[in-house]
Design a protein around this ligand. Structure first.
Ligand code: HEM
Length: 199
């Protein structure tokens, strides 16, 4: 795990605390049907994805989001100008998120960091880590509607190391459960910013 990524501060004291309790985290896991088997398949996925994270994030952000104007604007200056440094630094944290999703235990520290990442998409913390002037918030509906892309594109990368199709399917399913679980956690970050609902 990397500590030399700018703005990546997993487990640090200044990370926000999720308003969800440990018990509520367990409830979310059980609601999503997230079990030890998923933990196992996510670790398997992590081994497969470990050396592909840069390519995956480039695909999501430079190949896909960059061509969808209402999404692309969130990584740009308010006048539409490019902010390459912002993109590059947040890309690194996005790459690390893939590894964290696969390898970190889903405990209190992980829950709090998911809340922190959620907040970094909202008016509470967006732009602050990289000290940029960009849109104040990525609307939650746009984050949520990107989940099928995050999941679907992953399938191809999970299949790249010649695992049997059924293992690829299991890794894909566990990955998909996890992304949805994380979105459920992020709802709390957006709830704490009710006043910006119309951004
Ligand atoms: C689908 C679910 C999504 C996931 C899992 C996700 C994940 C992440 C992660 C891990 C980071 C780095 C957070 C950090 O450590 O600072 C990040 C940052 C960012 N994401 Fe997302 N993202 C998602 C959707 C989107 C969408 C749809 C957009 C825009 C269209 C977007 C725009 C951004 C921006 C602008 C940042 C930098 C935030 C900042 O200013 O700190 N994300 N995202």
């Amino acid at each position: 795990m990397s500590n030399d990524i700018p703005g990546y501060n997993y487990g640090d004291r200044e990370v926000a605390r999720s308003p969800l309790s440990d018990e509520e985290l367990e409830q979310l896991k059980s609601g999503a049907g997230f079990t030890e088997e998923d933990v196992h398949h996510l670790q398997m996925a992590g081994e497969v994805l470990r050396d592909q994270t840069e390519e995956i994030v480039r695909r999501w952000r430079s190949d896909i989001i960059a061509h969808i104007p209402h999404l692309a604007k969130h990584s740009r200056a308010l006048d539409g100008g490019l902010l390459p440094d912002y993109l590059a630094k947040s890309n690194k944290r996005f790459e690390q998120w893939i590894l964290d999703t696969c390898f970190r235990p889903y405990d209190r520290t992980w829950l709090d960091y998911q809340h922190e990442i959620g907040l970094r998409h909202t008016v509470a913390r967006k732009n602050q880590v990289d000290r940029v002037s960009s849109t104040p918030e990525v609307p939650f509906r746009d984050v949520l509607s990107f989940i099928p892309v995050i999941n679907e594109t992953m399938k191809k990368y999970l299949a790249k190391k010649d695992h049997p199709a059924e293992d690829v399917e299991k890794m894909y399913r566990s990955w998909s459960k996890s992304t949805l679980l994380q979105m459920a956690i992020w709802t709390k970050a957006y709830e704490s910013n009710e006043s910006t609902k119309n951004v």
